[in-house]
Ligand binder design. Structure first.
Ligand code: CMC
Length: 440
């Protein structure tokens, strides 16, 4: 099978004395892969890679990351440049289209985001029937799946107008997120406004109230833009792979994204940002005694992990975490907020950077370590942190779903397995079964 990026090099594999030649694929930044698509057909063997530690599931032109060097870029632009110079809406456009928008493209994209901001009024009743302490990620995932019933036309030719499809979702998820918060507080809903930018609109829906109008602060809007940009894509992570896998069955975009939201909810993935702040709060309440947490994290008999540390791919540092840490200082300084959790977080980072256990295992703060402290400073409660991650990741999910949908080499995602259950055996008729089948 020939791929666009197949080189003239090959890998030689010898199985039981028989030699096989496998094509080598090379990406634009020099990443190399052995193409094993025909391996089973040619040899009868599959590759086994639990947790996909070393398995590429696709070729992609969206995000590049080098875990050894701590490099992350979207469509060729470094995350540092994008976070410093662009708005979240520009980055969303970049992820979807592969180039930064011109003025006209930006105006049109922003206009669509405004136009699609409302959700169907009937959907608002859904919020009333969740229990009062319902998890916001469960609400978000259900509501996004429900959008497929309210906007079924999207399922027919989803790529015909990607801007409409993407802006509808990006805009409505923002509204759903803010309404989820308002409902959880028992507060009146605040509707989106056409005159506000994407992030300002979100903050206004979250914090404006009929009795206390919200004053939009440009520094907060800037910080939110930055944090959403840092979360906007991260190649084939758990939730993105989920979106691609579910979408590969040719299900509609809403259902695919809803599945991605569920994957993101996990504490080892996006759910870590909430868990980090809860851990820092616990440390604060125990008079800042973080040593106990470090000891527990190092104890092989204790399943506890220091949340916000470690990453499957980054093995030197997570570039997003450095930007967020600096943004944390800026935001707290501008808002004149002093948060003892930031001091604890910095101490914890300092201690772990000099601890053999963490050094040997390449465990550094990840994107989730400092993000919660910014959210707290802005006034976002901890049970909404992972929703914020979802809001940021949405353009990436959509771009990856679109790329998968558009790929001429597309196949339904269907991993293989090695069966390790009982060998094929005869069924004992019911009346003869004296004891459990497994005992036989
Ligand atoms: N605290 C203590 N030890 C850890 C941690 C941690 N946070 N993370 C990994 N380790 C140890 C682990 O016990 C193992 O040690 P040993 O070799 O002695 O058995 C070694 O490091 C390798 O761990 P792993 O589980 O094989 O690594 P992984 O690549 O499968 O897992 C991870 C990556 C992110 C799930 C993991 O580092 C972790 O659980 N971190 C805490 C949760 C977290 O912060 N998640 C957010 C990830 S970044 C954003 C996102 O994806 O959403």
């Amino acid at each position: 099978m020939i791929d666009k990026f197949t080189t003239d090099k090959t890998a030689e594999l010898v199985i039981e004395g028989q030699k096989y030649s496998l094509p080598i694929i090379e990406g634009s930044e020099g990443e190399k892969a052995i193409d094993i698509r025909n391996l089973r057909q040619d040899t009868g063997y599959i590759t086994l890679d639990k947790g996909y530690m070393n398995t590429g599931s696709c070729t992609s032109g969206i995000t590049y990351l080098d875990g050894a060097k701590g490099i992350l870029s979207y469509r060729g632009y470094s995350i540092e440049d994008l976070a410093e110079n662009c708005s979240f809406v520009e980055v969303a456009y970049l992820l979807l289209h592969g180039h930064l928008p011109t003025d006209d493209e930006y105006q049109h994209f922003s206009y669509l985001l405004g136009r699609f901001a409302l959700i169907h009024e009937d959907m608002i009743h859904f919020f009333d029937h969740f229990p009062p302490n319902a998890a916001p990620m469960a609400i978000l995932s259900s509501m996004v799946n429900s959008l497929s019933n309210f906007y079924p036309e999207m399922t027919e030719n989803p790529l015909e107008d990607i801007d409409i499809m993407a802006t509808r979702l990006i805009s409505k998820v923002r509204t759903i997120a803010a309404f989820t918060y308002k409902k959880s507080m028992g507060s009146p809903l605040v509707y989106p406004r056409h005159d506000l930018s994407y992030c300002a609109n979100f903050l206004n829906m979250m914090f404006d109230s009929p009795v206390k109008p919200y004053a939009i602060n440009d520094d907060v809007v800037r910080a939110l833009n930055k944090i959403l940009i840092l979360h906007a894509d991260h190649e084939q992570n758990c939730s993105t792979s989920t979106v691609r896998l579910v979408g590969s069955a040719r299900v509609n975009l809403y259902a695919s994204i809803s599945a991605g939201i569920s994957a993101l909810w996990g504490p080892l993935h996006g759910g870590a940002n909430q868990a980090v702040v809860e851990m820092l709060e616990d440390i604060y309440e125990s008079d800042g005694d973080y040593q106990n947490y470090i000891n527990r994290a190092k104890d092989p008999s204790d399943p506890f992990r220091l949340v916000g540390f470690g990453h499957r791919v980054y093995k030197s540092h997570d570039p997003r975490s450095r930007i967020i840490k600096a943004a944390c200082d800026e935001v707290l300084d501008t808002l004149k907020v002093s948060d003892p959790l930031l001091d604890i977080a910095k101490e914890l980072e300092e201690v772990t950077l000099n601890d053999e256990f963490f050094i040997e295992r390449n465990l550094y703060p990840n994107v989730d370590f400092y993000s919660g402290i910014i959210y707290r400073a802005i006034g976002i409660p901890s049970n909404m942190f992972t929703v914020m991650f979802a809001l940021g990741r949405l353009p990436g999910w959509i771009a990856q779903w679109k790329e998968m949908w558009d790929d001429p080499d597309w196949r339904i995602g269907r991993p293989r397995q090695i069966y390790i259950g009982p060998k094929r055996r005869p069924l004992t008729p019911k009346e003869e079964r004296k004891k459990r089948e497994s005992d036989t």
